[in-house]
Design a protein around this ligand. Structure first.
Ligand code: ATP
Ligand code: PAU
Length: 629
């Protein structure tokens, strides 16, 4: 199947109506100041969040097959696009009287935590709040449990129709793997539909290596699978049950895919077993070098050597992060998107100075000056690990996906102290609405002490049980995301940059998370700074390590990144600046700028829509890089 994505240049991803998404929240968060503050430009910006634009963003959704079908069916074929665009720019209200439009507005597109997309009809709710939508998601998805990928799924299953996932579905390979641990020997087949692969249709030479980013929480693996000629252009589930060995790839087989999978770092053995089972580490039966970034490159170097017999080549984390980010922005047309729909939210063709925030366990803030130069300028320990850890402590839930589900059904104002609780009204003089969060979790002690004075028999603080897990989870998510948003904004101001890219597994396209961060940036910058998200947000570093042999920068206008970055992990105050050289690495060539032509996926994989890299990666695995330690 050939997919011509011509014209689909807007890469907004928006899952719901912003005016509705935070239905429970928008009365009590820091960002709602502007709703009551006429002086704030965000009230204007809110107009962009009209249902019509949400629809446009749905229509332009960059995340897969639903985009394609919805866009064609709803907008192009029905001719709805133009009227809706006009409506969105000229009015804050949308004529929703048409049954067709009504049904579309009640339809939400979701990309769940497994990066799969599905449509949900909220026909019973004209105000399709996140809560009601996600509730119906749960029910719709549970009815589709049979469609889950299982660990018996063939590894190279890129030609399959995407499943309708469950919202509770575990998304990392560890869980899948653990199901089989009792057997003593790990299964040879693993769940690998974890993240969306990137198609490399023009890849002409074999890629023999793989790379890892071993972080404090998750270990991310990137590997290449050459297209199997007899699987090509074939949508049925007949792929081989194991990854074709890299040593079996030949120059005759054009094209292939980059695959992405993650494991919990605390179960690093799972990752090693996956590599061993699929012989990723062997070439002609002999162990080859493996490129690893993240703290685990240091911590687990010996383990890799012992278990795989491989030499571990350490790649600098910040360096890989920026290499991976730049590569994606340069080469994957549909990689970046904004949560808030704006007309110019397209993947930039030219390099833009930017701030990149990596939200992993902790947060790194990196100022990127050019293709070849960057600095880590800030960081905070209040990151994804904070949310996960505190949420687990306070709610007893340990699964990250379950936590995020809980946030959707929470009312954080039950635990957060808002301005109205303190003032009894707005504090409009300084622009604070009564519903602005004055103190995250500030209401807990207030309510606890009130309770205690009336019932002092509870000496074990059991009265805290009155707080719902969902409310706590939502409050935590807001607290961490608002804080990250504020730090991001302040750093963008510090350097006069108006684009902030967010990476790291904390994001994972989660609507509430993106909404909080986007609103924070939007609010503080009065709409001038954009929060951008990336489809492969969790894999930036791993991809950077994968590209490290030659660090291909695909756009001909851009020089190849040649790094001389510091080889030691950075601290908050430290700076890494890559040297600026315009020398393309000898073997690093590009065939075309990915943006020059329409993106046509010819591999038959619906997952590849818009995630096609036209570059022919000439990676010389034998050439050591400057970042090799
Ligand atoms: N399935 C999941 N399991 C665990 N954490 C998840 C999951 N999905 C998302 N997360 C979030 O992602 C965070 C980890 O993100 P990421 O993998 O980017 O960081 P890391 O590389 O492990 O950390 P660091 O870069 O700080 O060493 C977790 O702290 C959690 O907030
Ligand atoms: C330590 C790293 C770089 C490891 O990825 C990350 O977790 C981080 O940036 N933490 C924040 C540390 C700080 O700057 O306060």
């Amino acid at each position: 199947m050939s997919l011509n994505l011509k014209g689909a240049c807007i890469t907004d991803y928006h899952t719901n109506n912003n005016n509705h998404t935070d239905n429970n929240n928008n009365k009590n968060n820091i960002l709602d100041i502007n709703q009551n503050n006429n002086n704030n430009s965000r009230s204007h910006h809110h107009n962009h969040h009209s249902p019509s634009l949400n629809l446009i963003s749905i229509a332009y959704d960059n995340l897969g097959f639903i985009y394609h079908h919805l866009f064609n069916v709803i907008t192009l074929k029905s001719g709805l696009l133009t009227p809706l665009l006009i409506s969105s720019s000229s009015s804050t209200t949308t004529n929703t009287s048409s049954p067709k439009i009504k049904s579309i507005l009640n339809q939400s597109i979701y990309r769940n935590n497994n990066n799969n997309i599905f449509v949900n009809n909220n026909n019973n709710s004209s105000a399709s709040s996140s809560k009601s939508t996600m509730e119906s998601n749960s029910s719709s998805s549970s009815s589709n449990n049979n469609n889950n990928y299982s660990s018996s799924q063939p590894l190279d299953s890129g030609n399959q129709t995407p499943p309708i996932p469950t919202t509770q579905q575990s998304s990392d390979a560890t869980h899948k793997h653990n199901h089989h641990q009792h057997s003593g020997s790990p299964p040879k087949q693993h769940h690998v539909k974890d993240e969306r692969p990137i198609s490399l249709p023009n890849q002409s030479s074999p890629i023999k290596h793989f790379a890892l980013d071993i972080g404090g929480t998750l270990s991310k693996l990137v590997y290449f699978v050459q297209n199997n000629s007899h699987n090509n252009n074939n949508n049925n589930n007949t792929s081989t049950s194991t990854i074709p060995s890299s040593s079996t790839t030949t120059q005759n087989e054009l094209g292939g895919k980059l695959h992405f999978i993650k494991f919990q770092t605390k179960n690093i053995e799972d990752c090693l077993n996956f590599i061993i089972d699929n012989k990723l580490h062997l070439e002609d039966g002999k162990p080859k070098d493996v490129r690893v970034t993240g703290g685990g490159a240091y911590k687990y170097a010996d383990l890799f050597n012992e278990k795989l017999g491989c030499r571990l080549i350490k790649e600098d984390e910040m360096h890989c992060l920026i290499v991976g980010t730049n590569f994606l922005l340069n080469n994957i047309q549909r990689e970046s998107y904004t949560y808030s729909p704006t007309p110019n939210a397209i993947t930039p063709r030219e390099f833009v100075d930017k701030v990149v925030l990596q939200i992993g366990s902790g947060v790194s803030v990196i100022k990127v000056d050019s293709e070849t130069s960057f600095q880590r300028v800030d960081g905070t320990s209040l990151g994804g690990g904070t949310f996960w850890g505190l949420c687990s402590l306070l709610t007893g839930v340990t699964d990250f996906d379950e936590m995020l589900e809980m946030t959707k059904n929470g009312h954080s104002n039950n635990v957060d102290l808002v301005v109205g609780d303190i003032y009894g009204t707005d504090y409009s003089k300084i622009g604070l609405s009564s519903e602005t969060i004055a103190s995250s979790f500030g209401k807990i002690i207030y309510q606890s002490s009130t309770e205690q004075s009336s019932d002092s028999s509870d000496g074990n603080n059991n009265n805290k049980q009155q707080f719902r897990k969902e409310d706590i989870a939502q409050s935590l998510l807001k607290m961490v995301s608002n804080n990250i948003g504020q730090i991001a904004y302040l750093n963008s101001q510090r350097y006069g940059l108006n684009k902030i890219y967010f990476g790291g597994f904390f994001i994972r396209d989660h609507p509430n998370t993106m909404q909080r961060i986007s609103f924070a940036i939007d609010f503080w910058s009065k709409g001038k700074t954009k929060a951008m998200f990336l489809v492969h947000d969790g894999y930036l570093g791993a991809l950077g390590a994968f590209l490290a042999p030659n660090e291909v920068a695909a756009a001909p206008s851009s020089p190849s990144l040649s790094s001389s970055s510091n080889s030691t992990p950075t601290t908050t105050s430290s700076t890494i600046t890559t040297s600026t050289t315009n020398n393309n690495t000898t073997n690093s060539t590009t065939t075309k700028n990915a943006h020059d032509d329409d993106i046509i996926c010819d591999c038959g994989c619906e997952f590849c829509e818009g995630l096609v890299c036209k570059v022919d990666l000439k990676i010389d695995n034998d050439t050591p890089t400057t970042s090799t330690k």
